[in-house]
Design a binder for this molecule. Structure first.
Ligand code: SF4
Length: 408
């Protein structure tokens, strides 16, 4: 008798972050906006018995609408925004002799890792925020005004593959929308819910992804380009940024060689390539996993090898292998990661919109709001700074735990 209500995974015993979101929805006091990262749509299906890597974007959006979320946006849109800023920043660093290589910044566990163990590299970290951290202040400013909703009445939940994003949204400096509105009343973000937590939420509401139907994202910021989609896998941010950096510097669209940058695909711990953009040789590297990151930094510092742009993601395979993604005990995780990665690359290849800079909705947000990449407003809402964590009296051991959680 006693076992009847016990959830086999233990997931329903403890309170999870989705429960707060469900409470906010029930209260009806706020407009709830959900944004979904690329990796969630190739992981969530596995929780409902589907084949690894199944692409369940439309079912996931339908499920979020069924639990009562008011707006659903695609984080790939914000990934395009990140690329516009990060590629522009790379060009600025190369042309104006600022610190190189530029390291990517969208992985919060990597940022904490540098802040804690490699503070000498802080000037090299891209100041461009991660997609989710660009999206929230854009929603609580531009979107809020367009929809006529007071920003304090908007509650944003990011659905991510990532447990470290729960730290990221609590970074003390992320009050940019409130700063814009000259208030201190709210943070940019309200909650992060992982893929696994979303699955628990759906089960708690008796929803099954296989029968929930299909729905599309809301129309104002409906989707990203293929470049935004591949953000979920190791090497994706690099490829996406190279496509747009090429366009910004040459005014020509990237060709097939750049649309499929073969040398940096795959699952080797470190991959490198040289690309020539407007006669400038650009040396790039892609690293995944904290062990590989340590080795790469040691190699770079010892050999003084010059790199222009380095992508680091701490999870194996990138975000598709994030700590909040479905786990398959006893199964070949590497095979599952490959299937999720293939699903994102296939989606990119099947899209007519491949480049962040071609996304008409990205053009609209710059025309109507941000002006140009690296404008004063873009710097205020879409960029940030980093701090050596020792200065803040934070315990590296705590973050070491976070890395471990995300590296399994
Ligand atoms: Fe999060 Fe892992 Fe992706 Fe980093 S690589 S952003 S820790 S899911």
């Amino acid at each position: 008798g006693q076992c009847v209500n016990v959830c086999p995974t233990g997931a329903l015993v403890e309170r999870q972050d989705w429960m707060e979101v469900a409470d906010v929805i029930k209260s009806g006091k706020k407009k709830v906006v959900a944004i979904t990262s690329p990796s969630v749509r190739v992981g969530l299906g596995e929780e409902f018995g589907m084949e690894a890597g199944s692409y369940v974007e439309k079912q996931m959006v339908a499920a979020l609408r069924s639990v009562g979320v008011n707006y659903v946006f695609d984080t790939t849109f914000a990934a395009d925004l990140t690329i516009m800023e990060e590629a522009s920043e790379l060009i600025d660093r190369i042309q104006n002799k600022k610190p190189l290589p530029q390291f990517t910044s969208c992985c919060p566990a990597w940022i904490k890792f540098v802040e804690t163990y490699y503070p000498q590299l802080l000037p090299n970290i891209s100041s461009s925020k991660s997609p989710i951290s660009m999206f929230a202040p854009t929603i609580k400013t531009w979107f809020a005004k367009k929809e006529g909703i007071a920003p304090e009445d908007i509650y944003i939940v990011a659905i991510t593959p990532c447990t470290a994003k729960k730290f990221e949204i609590t970074r003390e400096e992320f009050h940019d929308a409130a700063n814009y509105h000259h208030t201190q009343g709210y943070r940019d973000y309200d909650k992060v819910v992982t893929t696994k937590e979303l699955a628990n939420w759906l089960r708690a509401e008796n929803l099954d992804l296989t029968s929930v139907g299909e729905s599309d994202y809301d129309s104002l910021m409906p989707r990203g380009s293929g470049a935004g989609v591949i953000f979920g896998n190791t090497g994706g941010v690099m490829e996406a940024a190279v496509r747009s950096a090429y366009y910004f510097l040459t005014n020509e669209q990237p060709g097939d060689d750049l649309l499929k940058l073969e040398a940096i695909r795959g699952l080797a711990g470190v991959r490198e390539a040289s690309v020539t953009i407007a006669d400038i040789p650009v040396r790039v590297a892609v690293v995944h996993g904290t062990d590989n990151a340590r080795k790469f930094i040691a190699h770079m510092e010892e050999t003084k090898t010059h790199y222009d742009f380095v992508e680091v993601m701490t999870c194996p395979g990138g975000c598709i292998g994030g700590g909040g993604q479905p786990k398959h005990i006893g199964e070949d995780m590497q095979d599952i990661r490959k299937k999720r990665i293939a699903s994102l690359y296939d989606k990119d290849a099947s899209m007519s919109l491949r480049n962040s800079h071609d996304n008409p909705h990205i053009k609209a947000v710059y025309e109507e709001f941000y002006g140009t990449p690296l404008s004063t407003l873009a710097e205020a809402l879409l960029h940030t700074t980093y701090h050596e964590r020792k200065d803040l009296g934070e315990d590296p051991a705590v973050y070491a735990k976070a890395f471990e959680a995300d590296s399994t």
